[in-house]
Design a protein around this ligand. Structure first.
Ligand code: IPM
Ligand code: MG
Length: 364
């Protein structure tokens, strides 16, 4: 099979972690006789430095011409980076929002898994984490507050800002369908999260999700208010299978869910549209404080590459191989600093970003 991959290395630790994920992709495609090619695409700060804008039409075109895009991370330190002196629509994050919209990437899948090998890093009480958890946040990604009308004006002498949370029923229906389809392949449970006790957009959300649920009698649906969900994620994360929610709630809850695993450096994500195309990126940010030091954890990006093989290319065997390699390397005790147990357990060996990439590639 021919795989045409667009690579957005991006900013901060992005280039380092993407390099390692490519090593692993090269190993697995060589093993199964696939042909893989990469096109480097500039986005975020890296694009601002060259073109003055975080995303050019040429970059969007290059992404569209790829089968899938693998991304590292974008953005810098908001206090020190010159990128953040630019107007908001020219900063690195604007590039990410624009590419999501341009490519119609409305479905954002963010799995949060407690790895057995890293259970000690979980900040929850032992009796809570003991049974482990494996949940997936299905976040709507191209609507809601992120893309509603916004403005800052002066009203009656007062600086006043407005952001608009808008959803139409089609936008809700298509993401709900994705959530139910995925729940079917997992443990058959959807928790739809909203703020229906206050917001009209949430009341519509709930109504449309109920309509979609009628076509999935085999999937168990429940509704939960977002504030309660934030609480339940630390109280009893094992109760969740698929959490379906709108853009802003999903942004917040997915950070919380990843923190609860204790190993944000391990979590992958996929942003999908109506076709097989997807953009795959780690759930963590660009960590500018450790950029260039070869100490970042590339595993989330490596696992994002596995998700890419699974969702965009239906290469399940290859994806399984990558996930197995990651587990194997962890079992053997190799750890980047972020997942090294405090005090450094005797059974663990510290390794760099590039060593972690090599170790995974070797085990393919
Ligand atoms: C994320 C990030 C982005 C978001 C930022 C960088 C715009 O936090 O992917 O969760 O809010 O969607
Ligand atoms: Mg976020």
């Amino acid at each position: 099979m021919k795989l045409k991959i667009g690579c957005i290395s991006g900013d901060g630790i992005g280039p380092e972690i993407v390099r390692e994920a490519k090593k692993v992709l090269d190993a697995v495609t060589a093993k199964y006789g696939h042909e893989i090619s990469y096109t480097e695409i500039l986005m975020g700060g890296a694009s601002i430095d060259v073109h003055g804008v975080p995303l050019t039409p040429e970059a969007v075109q290059a992404a569209k011409e790829s089968d899938a895009v693998l991304m590292g991370s974008i953005g810098g330190d908001a206090n020190t980076s010159p990128w953040y002196k630019l107007p908001p629509d020219r900063r690195p994050e604007a590039g990410l929002l624009a590419i999501r919209k341009e490519l119609g990437l409305f479905a954002n899948l963010r799995p949060a898994v407690l790895y057995e090998e890293l259970a000690d890093a979980c900040p929850l009480k032992k009796e809570t984490s003991e049974e482990g958890f494996d949940l997936l946040i299905m976040r709507e990604l191209t609507g809601g507050l992120y893309f509603g009308e916004r403005r800052t004006t002066v009203e009656n002498g007062l600086r006043t800002a407005v952001d608009t949370l808008v959803y139409n029923e089609n936008e809700i229906r298509r993401i709900a369908i994705r959530a139910f389809d995925i729940a079917r392949k997992r443990r058959g449970k959807v928790t739809s999260v909203d703020k229906a006790n206050v917001l009209d957009s949430s009341r519509l959300w709930r109504a449309v999700v109920n309509e979609v649920a009628a076509d999935y009698p085999d999937v168990e649906l429940s509704h939960m208010l977002v504030d309660n969900c934030a609480m339940q994620l630390v109280k009893d994360p094992a109760q969740f299978d698929v959490i379906l929610t709108e853009n802003m709630f999903g942004d917040i809850l997915s950070d919380e869910a990843s923190m609860v695993t204790g190993s944000i450096g391990m979590l992958a994500s996929a942003s999908l549209n109506d076709t097989k195309f997807g953009l795959y990126e780690p759930s963590h940010g660009s960590a500018p404080d450790i950029a260039g030091k070869n100490i970042a954890n590339p595993i989330a990006t490596i696992l994002s590459a596995a998700m890419m093989l699974r969702y965009s290319f239906d290469l399940d065997r290859e994806a399984d191989d990558i996930e197995r390699a990651v587990k194997q390397v962890l079992k053997e005790g190799f750890r980047t600093v972020d997942i090294m147990p405090e005090g450094g357990a005797a059974s663990c060996r510290k390794c760099s970003c590039s060593e972690m990439g090599d170790l995974n590639a070797e085990r393919i």
